[in-house]
Design a protein around this ligand. Structure first.
Ligand code: NAP
Length: 356
């Protein structure tokens, strides 16, 4: 198992600290006793930051908030100043947007460039960990057929997404490409990339804005009562993903991209995990919808589920190779059942789903 070498003298920076994924990263870093420079859009919004202050109160580390916006040049400089490792998680994660260029691609790409400008300008920075995505590896499950090994791995890049089709995946691909370009143009800091699949598991609080919560909520609020499409996914637990970030930041030899995905699974299998404990009280989907039904009704239920997305993803499996993350970062992954049940328990506890 590779060991981490954590320099506790230098602060670290986490961008987008209010986010679902970032919350656990901030907690893990504070638990290590580090000083965390957390960037948020509005440091005066005490309500939005309360869960992070609570985590700080129970941890040996110190939390400092900095205002930064992805779209504002120069906005990350103060937060990055003096930091050794920078974790860049901020990026919009939404499926239904009005203007994909303005709402997804600009903040993802310009934000990454702005952040890396700050890394270039601050000599203390030795490593940048970028939260990319498996979405930068593949666009549709059907892309699996074109991969050299019949698996999504670190060698594969998403070439099928565009502004018109799978715009979120396109934004993540463009952002990661921009990051590698800037990393390759210098030699002081090392870029280490994590490429998570769909993130599930309880947040530090209920992060209603993240698509991850929409998916689990819809499995319990009746939206998917009629059934779920047979659509393949990779899933990783948010707590395991935080661990992957720490290792990407502090394992001395970590390099390149890393598929961070615990399980090759599907919507029906994800729902199946919830049925033993919750199936009698909540409308957890029991059926797999035939593809023709998804084709007919999917676009009416969800703007992101258009006919092209359906034909290239429904009935197609997802298969990824996480062996690099296990070998080089020492990753181990929680069971899918633990992830799904802990996540659903959080929604029950907070009244986000109602028992029948
Ligand atoms: P999230 O909860 O929506 O977090 C997104 C973060 O980005 C928030 O902190 C948000 O700040 C920030 N952000 C968005 N636009 C911004 C802007 N213009 N300026 C500054 N900050 C901005 O989503 P998440 O699920 O945690 O995603 C975090 C990262 O993980 C993203 O890079 C996402 O692509 C990646 N990822 C997520 C998944 C998944 O399944 N969740 C899978 C693979 C990769 P506000 O709170 O101010 O809006």
């Amino acid at each position: 198992m590779p060991t981490m070498e954590i320099d506790r003298e230098k602060p670290v920076c986490v961008t987008g600290a209010t986010g679902y994924v970032a919350g656990w990263i901030v907690k893990r870093l504070l638990d290590e006793g580090l000083t965390v420079h957390a960037t948020v859009r509005d440091p005066d919004n005490a309500k939005k930051l309360a869960h992070l202050r609570e985590v700080e109160a129970d941890a040996p580390g110190t939390l400092k908030f900095f205002a930064a916006d992805l779209l504002e040049p120069g906005s990350f400089h103060d937060a990055v100043a003096g930091c050794g490792v920078v974790f860049h998680t901020a990026s919009p994660f939404q499926m239904n947007v009005e203007d994909p260029q303005k709402d997804l691609v600009d903040p993802a790409v310009q934000g990454t460039r702005n952040l890396l400008d700050a890394a270039n300008a601050n000599p203390s920075v030795t490593r940048v960990v970028l939260t990319s995505s498996c979405a930068a590896i593949y666009g549709d499950n059907a892309d699996l057929q074109q991969t050299p090994r019949g698996l999504f791995d670190e060698e594969v890049w998403n070439t099928s997404s565009s502004l018109e089709h799978q715009a979120y995946s396109y934004s993540k691909t463009q952002a990661e490409r921009a990051a590698w370009e800037m990393a390759d143009a210098q030699s002081r800091w090392r870029l280490v990339v994590v490429n998570p699949s769909l993130v599930m598991g309880p947040g530090l609080k209920v992060h209603g804005g993240s698509e991850s919560f929409n998916i689990i909520r819809q499995m319990g609020d009746g939206t998917m009562k009629a059934g779920v499409p047979d659509m393949g996914f990779g899933v990783v637990d948010v707590r395991d993903l935080a661990e992957a970030h720490l290792r990407a930041g502090f394992v001395p030899d970590a390099e390149g991209r890393h598929v961070i995905s615990g399980h090759d699974t599907s919507f029906p299998e994800m729902a199946e995990q919830l049925r033993p404990k919750y199936g009698d009280r909540y409308p957890i989907p029991k059926r797999t919808l035939p593809k023709w039904a998804v084709w007919l009704f999917g676009p009416m239920m969800n703007d992101a589920l258009d006919r092209k997305v359906i034909s290239l993803n429904v009935g197609h499996p997802f298969r990824a190779d996480n062996s690099k993350s296990r070998a080089e970062l020492g990753m181990e992954y929680r069971s899918l059942s633990e992830t799904m049940n802990d996540f659903f328990a959080q929604l029950v506890e907070h009244g986000e789903v109602k028992a029948a």
